[in-house]
Ligand binder design. Structure first.
Ligand code: OGA
Ligand code: MN
Length: 199
């Protein structure tokens, strides 16, 4: 994978409009390895909660998740962590963000699952500075839905961008700034989500 391209695309996007969309950021073999890693843990995925209200949360978000520690996974997924290490250094060197940890999980949306419009870090209350997403869906088609929409913070009804969850597409955005939503998926939708946190 071209780590330099990934890092410079993310830095330019965050410094400019506040978000970055990088198609084909991650090589197909590495996407495949991450996908295999996720599917091998399929039994461990649990419905995602919001606070402790799992029942109410299901109407808001339909995914199941499995948390991933830094460096975890097979040999074949290690280039991902190496790329994230390079990204951490770039975020701190170029944007002075002072990020320390990447909090990370796989997410699996079953057909009929979505995630209503939300902020990942409302009013900057948590340590989450930058959200990252990597999609792990080979052969995704437009009719599968599951589009990520990012909205204008000044006018939340205005869509800034729509992203299909295609294998290898990497997204980053400022976690405090952008409301976003996952449209209903009509096909199983797998991704890796992370948040760069300050100290
Ligand atoms: C999230 C989220 C978006 C996506 O997990 O908080 O907004 O495209 N995910 O999976
Ligand atoms: Mn989110």
């Amino acid at each position: 994978m071209n780590t330099e391209y990934l890092c410079s695309s993310v830095i330019d996007g965050l410094a400019g409009v506040g978000y970055a969309l990088v198609p084909d950021a991650v090589a197909p073999e590495l996407v495949e390895a991450l996908r295999d890693e996720a599917l091998a843990r399929r039994e461990q995925f649990r419905p995602a909660g919001i606070g402790n209200q799992a029942m109410r949360a299901q109407a808001v978000r339909g995914d199941s998740i499995d948390w991933l520690e830094w460096g975890e996974g097979s040999e074949a997924v290690q280039p991902f962590w190496q790329a994230m290490e390079a990204l951490r250094e770039a975020l701190n060197r170029e944007l002075y963000l002072g990020v320390r940890e990447l909090e990370c999980h796989f997410a699996l949306y079953p057909p009929g699952g979505g995630y209503q419009k939300h902020y990942d870090n409302p009013q900057g209350r948590s340590a989450r500075l930058v959200t990252i997403l990597l999609y792990l869906n080979p052969d995704w088609r437009p009719e599968h839905g599951g589009v990520l929409q990012i909205f204008d913070p000044e006018d939340e009804s205005r869509v800034l961008t729509r992203v299909e969850p295609r294998a290898g597409t990497f997204v980053a955005f400022l976690a405090e700034r952008f409301p976003h939503e996952v449209e209903l998926a009509r096909h199983e939708r797998l991704s890796l989500t992370g948040w760069w946190r300050r100290a």
